[in-house]
Design a protein around this ligand. Structure first.
Ligand code: GDP
Ligand code: IMO
Ligand code: MG
Length: 434
């Protein structure tokens, strides 16, 4: 039984938590492969709402091993707090495993994230201030701490002795902030290590053993393709690779062990933080999407920018992820709009452009070219069969599917696990068109 990847196709918050939770029922292991506690994945089970930042969305099933892979940057305090929250709500966390190779977000990373954003004032990325960029930068710079380092106070101290003076110099001299105390950091990090010791393992070995035993592994992405460090709208991106390829580097699977990639998108677009967003709506429709869609950040509480679905990057994001099928979330939010629009091209400096430009400046000047569809009034929350969707909603989904070039196999019409329409078979690798 091979691996399945769940990947966001837009700017994050596509509903990956719901998708992962839904599909996790039939798998043995769920692996988060990149990002950190900048993610906020929501799972709704009846009256219960779980908001997860680090722990994989499979944790709610007792049969699953939730794994935080080597590609994740871990804030140990967030992880401990999240585990305590889950335990207090009756969810067992003893099965969680964290990669010994995952990098640690240290308090100075969080401080630097905030300080660097403050210096960009007016031009900021709009990060989540969780220290994600600085932690990945230190990983690339080879001065990061890995989870395994927390388990040996001597190693920990010697690594911090090397890196801390430089961090403190930047914090104090460049940003006018307080320095961190070495002894205090060593104590804090040693305590994290002691508390997390039972969970820290070689997760690549764990994942490979599961695959060798014929167990099904699901890899859960955070953020989305348009926030990808390489394929997104740089520099307004996160500092990791949310794309499906990131599941190989960050989750410990080989490309040919993956036989299914489920792209997750919602029926319209949102974006938190700065950066170009051609279909953004500042009008009544934007307010409808914000309010009906409850588009407020799961991690930061920030109001998400809302707009029509932007299909210009769709073919490309399907291709770079090798998406075999799509789960389309939040179709119910479009009910009540007189018309529904889809952006199919941009007009930039008078020219019609069909592909996402690499230059952020060009994208910032892009005006959307729309295809307009009839809206529908009916509430979709109780629909469970594609044939029971209003004809106008079916036409919209068909148009999205045509533009994507792969089947929209699952449609979601409510936050709850049960508010789901299984529309088509999910093709696996090999059945990909083209
Ligand atoms: P993620 O980061 O991709 O996991 O998405 P978030 O959890 O940040 O945001 C998605 C929000 O939409 C959450 O509050 C979900 O509970 C909710 N949601 C997911 N699918 C649907 C749906 O089909 N309809 C509605 N109304 N809400 C949904
Ligand atoms: P999930 O997994 C939406 C955005 C931030 C900012 C940019 C960089 O819930 O979809 P960072 O803190 O990562 O350095 O911020 O990325 N961002 C997200 N937007 N959903 C997320 O996660 C995000 N994680 C980061 O708002 O624009
Ligand atoms: Mg989210």
């Amino acid at each position: 039984m091979p691996a399945t990847i769940v990947v966001g196709l837009q700017w994050g918050d596509e509903g990956k938590g719901k998708t992962t939770d839904l599909l996790a029922e039939s798998v043995a292991v769920v692996v988060r492969y990149q990002g950190g506690d900048n993610a906020g994945h929501t799972i709704v089970l009846g009256e219960s709402v779980f908001k997860l930042h680090l722990v994989p969305s499979g944790v709610l099933y007792p049969h699953i091993t939730p794994v935080i892979g080597n590609g994740v940057v871990v804030n140990p305090q967030t992880l401990l707090d999240e585990m305590a929250m889950l335990e207090s709500r009756g969810v067992a966390t003893g099965r969680i495993r964290v990669s010994e190779a995952a990098h640690v977000i240290m308090p100075y990373h969080v401080a630097l994230d905030g300080a660097m954003e403050a210096r960009l004032a007016g031009d900021e990325i709009g990060t989540t201030h969780r220290g994600i960029g600085p932690a990945y930068a230190d990983r690339a710079w080879r001065v990061g701490l890995r989870m395994a380092d927390l388990l040996d106070p001597r190693v920990l101290r010697s690594k911090l002795e090397r890196v801390l003076p430089e961090k403190n110099a930047v914090l104090v001299q460049t940003h006018g902030l307080e320095p961190f105390d070495l002894d205090e950091l060593v104590d804090r990090a040693t305590d994290w290590g002691e508390r997390l010791r039972p969970y820290i393992v070689d997760t690549t070995g764990l994942v490979q053993a599961a695959l060798a035993q014929g167990r099904h592994v699901l890899l859960e992405g955070a953020q989305g393709t348009l926030l990808d460090l390489d394929h997104g709208t740089y520099p307004y991106v996160t500092s990791s690779n949310p794309v499906a390829g990131g599941a190989c580097t960050g989750g410990g699977v080989g490309p040919l062990q993956v036989d299914e990639v489920i792209g997750v998108m919602k029926a319209y677009s949102t974006r938190v933080g700065s950066g170009p967003f051609p279909t953004e709506l500042a009008d009544e429709t934007g307010r409808h999407l914000l309010e009906k869609g409850h588009e407020f950040g799961t991690t930061t509480g920030r109001r998400r920018r809302c707009g029509w679905f932007d299909a210009v990057p769709l073919r490309r994001v399907v291709a770079v992820n090798s998406a075999t099928s799509i789960m389309l979330n939040k179709l119910d939010i479009l009910s009540g709009l007189p018309q529904v629009r889809l952006c199919v091209a941009y007009r930039i400096d008078g020219n019609v452009v069909a592909d996402l430009p690499a230059s952020g400046d060009l994208l910032a000047r892009a005006e959307p070219v729309y295809e307009t569809f009839d809206g529908w009034e009916e509430d979709l929350g109780a629909v469970r069969r594609a044939g029971d969707l209003p004809i106008a909603a079916r036409r919209y989904v068909d148009a999205l599917e045509e533009l994507a070039g792969v089947p929209i196999s699952i449609v979601s019409v409510g936050a709850d696990r049960t508010a789901t329409i299984f529309r088509r078979e999910r093709p696996r690798r090999g059945a990909l068109a083209g």
